[in-house]
Design a protein around this ligand. Sequence first.
Ligand SMILES: NC(=O)c1ccc[n+]([C@@H]2O[C@H](COP(=O)([O-])OP(=O)(O)OC[C@H]3O[C@@H](n4cnc5c(N)ncnc54)[C@H](OP(=O)(O)O)[C@@H]3O)[C@@H](O)[C@H]2O)c1
Length: 324
Amino acid sequence: MRAVVLENYGGVEQLVIQEVPDPQPQAQELLIKVQTTALNRADILQRMGLYPAPPSQYEIPGLEFAGTVQEMGSKTTGFKIGDRVMGIVTTGSYAELLTVHYQQAMIIPKDLNFQEAAAIPEAWLTAFDALVDKGNLQKNQTCLIHAGASGVGTAAIQIAKRLKANVAITTSEKKIKTCVDLGADRAINYQQEDFVEVTKEWTKGKGVNVIIDLVGGGYLQRNVRAISTKGTIVQVGLMGSGKPELDLGTLLRKRITLIGTVLRTRSTEEKITLTQNFSELLLKDFKKQFRTVIDSAFAFEDIPEAHTRMENNLNTGKIIIEIS
Ligand SMILES: NC(=O)c1ccc[n+]([C@@H]2O[C@H](COP(=O)([O-])OP(=O)(O)OC[C@H]3O[C@@H](n4cnc5c(N)ncnc54)[C@H](OP(=O)(O)O)[C@@H]3O)[C@@H](O)[C@H]2O)c1
């Protein structure tokens, strides 16, 4: 098969397509013919050598896929050859073929094409887990989602609205309209406004109940100021930096819960549970209530250009790669 193999770490010139042996499915795995994948910030860090994948003979990046079942291991059930499926993988979706545990694969709803399907797994599972499992966001509560126009952010806005919460987001000027169209009640242009001051006024001085933070860095100290007493901060990403200063006194006084989370390092069992909970609760509502936000689509050969677009923060929503 053809795959992007990282032989060295560095710039986008490292994203070279090579011929490598086809993967072979284990007993509980499906072999997937990948139609589309989508980019994630983690792919950029991995390319730079800053986010190691589990060791393997060929280091193929890529965290999510949409495609068709080509072969099934002897201990899989519920799938047949040709089924359209999507899901998350630990690594390896920048390739024409991949293997995945059968319970980590979700049937793609009929109305969705492969581009739309590839926009779902990583962003929506992350947002769902952060808001529901980690943040325990409840009806009528307030929620602040940083980087609202990111892949994860655009999913989180829609899930938080489904939970009937009041949603504020931060983003740059050009991306505000998309976030408001998705349901954000208060869009904060962080280039002009201070989210601590805005949320204080927006919540009538109470502070927000749940913060989903993809930025880290200096945002942590400000999140601690913006959160309510007994509020929860879910740290999902570190686009700013991973070594912030924090006034622990405020953390204690307000009895704040601070939770860190990542999908990639979870066990297969944990990934299966998350995938199945998401499928049961939300998958049927795509197109009806939820929409995928696709920024752009690139050919397999143009993955370097796609990385450059993401690195320059030009995307609103997901960047798709057409593999086949
Ligand atoms: N924990 C997990 O399992 C998990 C899973 C998936 C993603 N993530 C993390 O979630 C974050 C978002 O990922 P994504 O793929 O959804 O991102 P994305 O679609 O590439 O969106 C990123 C956007 O965030 C905004 N941003 C705000 N502050 C930024 C900063 N300091 N540096 C760069 N961009 C900044 C930019 O939009 P503006 O124009 O609005 O500034 C940028 O376009 C990443 O940190 C990623 O690693 C975590």
